[in-house]
Design a protein around this ligand. Structure first.
Ligand code: HEM
Length: 422
């Protein structure tokens, strides 16, 4: 199948130079001759945040935020925020009871957002999200904010999407972010006065900004909300968008390879399946970069100073020379070339490489400690298959109509064994 036919370039990048080869994309992402070119229309939500800064400022900030993705933090997020929330959510579905045919029917998309909401809140530093009403409100606001932050890929009028997003952010700040920030300002004060130990403080984005004295910039009173918006949006929507693709691929794979069906509860098989699906589906249609000076890539491609280029991952991640003859297909047993990530370029590359990747793909445990993690995707897939998850044959998923992203709007799911599962 022609890769092109699976991917239509969104109008937003139609006038840009398209870069489709793996080597060139990798070179651009690693090159200091290019700076961030994404989120320009939606700059009001992200300007000055980690993803939009460069050079030494970016390096220092990335170093500061590395505490959010330490081994200990990952272990805490998975065990303290993901596993209990998954158990609670599955318990609520069970309590609501099955349909008349004895099976449970639900939509995977909101389910994933609910499963991930506390981990997202914990990373960012948002308190009080655990009652049913607060979870739903938080989830709804973050979904709306995501639409605005990714306005470049919207099929709607971009100015309208951004204007709605500003109102959404105001509500998110009033109802969730400001009270959480004020609590952390008080904690930081007590710590500085010697009344609290460092270990007793939470490790989250807002706390780090307070301890660093960067929770209120005199000439820029929304910086802190922009940094928080980046982490809120980046941490929940990417994973929730990626997981349904694995479900589709595995449904197809198990039909063609029934001998593998038993492996649906095997974490290492699920990890390989998730990585392979991530290779085939990216979080955004393209990453964008701007040339900081007149530049020539090693292939001879020329990019003028100030020119914005669109990095197309779809063909790059399906390059037959790198991923094999069947690169366009899903194959959980794929062996790519050595030194290639199994997910290709899906988590980006160079200095802006995804900081949250280990949260998604897990950390391997060393024999001498127990701090390994499964990763959010594998944990959620395991839970769903344990509950007998199947795509609803009479009710296929629908693609999103509000964005050019490779994403589903609805994803009807059946759970056949929920009573028996933990
Ligand atoms: C399937 C899940 C995910 C995918 C596919 C993904 C993908 C990406 C990509 C492609 C970039 C690079 C953007 C660029 O260069 O312009 C990125 C950056 C980033 N991601 Fe993720 N991401 C995922 C999950 C997460 C999670 C769970 C977090 C939570 C901490 C996160 C936080 C970030 C942040 C803060 C950046 C900016 C890093 C920087 O600029 O230094 N992401 N992600």
């Amino acid at each position: 199948m022609n890769v092109r036919s699976q991917f239509v370039a969104p109008p937003y990048v139609a006038s840009m130079q398209l870069i489709e080869s793996y080597e060139e994309i990798d070179e651009v992402l690693r090159s200091s001759d290019f700076i961030q070119g994404s989120h320009i229309e939606s700059g009001v939500f992200l300007d000055g945040s980690l993803i939009k800064i460069e050079g030494e400022e970016h390096m220092a900030r990335r170093q500061l935020f590395s505490a959010l993705v330490s081994r200990a933090a990952m272990h805490h997020y998975e065990n303290g925020a993901l596993i209990p929330v998954i158990a609670k959510v599955m318990g609520e579905i069970r309590a609501a009871g099955p349909g008349p045919d004895g099976v449970y029917r639900l939509d995977l998309q909101p389910l994933l957002l609910t499963m991930l909401h506390r981990i997202t809140a914990l990373v960012t530093g948002v308190d009080d999200v655990d009652t049913r009403e607060r979870t739903e409100r938080f989830r709804a606001l973050v979904v709306k904010l995501t639409e605005a932050v990714t306005a470049e890929w919207s099929t709607r009028d971009h100015n309208e999407v951004v204007a709605e997003g500003l109102e959404t952010r105001r509500q998110l700040v009033d109802e969730f972010l400001l009270p959480s920030l004020e609590r952390r300002r008080e904690l930081a004060l007590q710590y500085k006065e010697g009344k609290l130990a460092r270990e007793s403080l939470p490790t989250d984005l807002l706390m780090l900004l307070c301890l660093h004295g960067d929770d209120a910039r005199p000439d820029d009173d929304t910086y802190v909300w922009r940094e928080a918006s980046l982490f809120l949006v980046a941490s929940i929507h990417t994973t929730a968008q990626a997981l349904p693709h694995v479900m589709v691929h595995l449904t197809e794979w198990f039909k063609q390879h029934p001998e593998d069906y038993a492996k649906r509860l095997d974490s290492s098989f699920l990890r390989q399946a998730a990585m392979e699906s991530l290779r085939l589906h990216q979080p955004v249609p393209t990453l964008l970069r701007i040339a900081a000076s007149d530049t020539e890539l090693s292939t001879g491609r020329k990019v003028k100073k100030g020119e914005r280029v669109a990095l197309f991952f779809v063909p790059a991640n399906r390059d037959e020379n790198l991923f094999g003859e069947d690169a366009n297909e899903f194959n959980p047993y794929r062996k790519g070339k050595p030194r290639l990530s199994p997910w290709g370029l899906t988590f980006g590359g160079g200095v802006h490489t995804c900081i949250g990747r280990p949260l998604v793909t897990g950390l391997f445990s060393r024999p001498d400690d127990r701090t390994g993690t499964e990763g959010t995707m594998i944990r959620m897939l395991h839970t769903l298959f344990e509950a007998g998850a199947e795509m609803d044959p009479g009710n296929p998923p629908t693609r999103t109509a509000i964005s050019y992203a490779d994403a589903y709007a609805t994803f009807p799911l059946i759970l056949r064994n929920l009573r028996q599962s933990a």
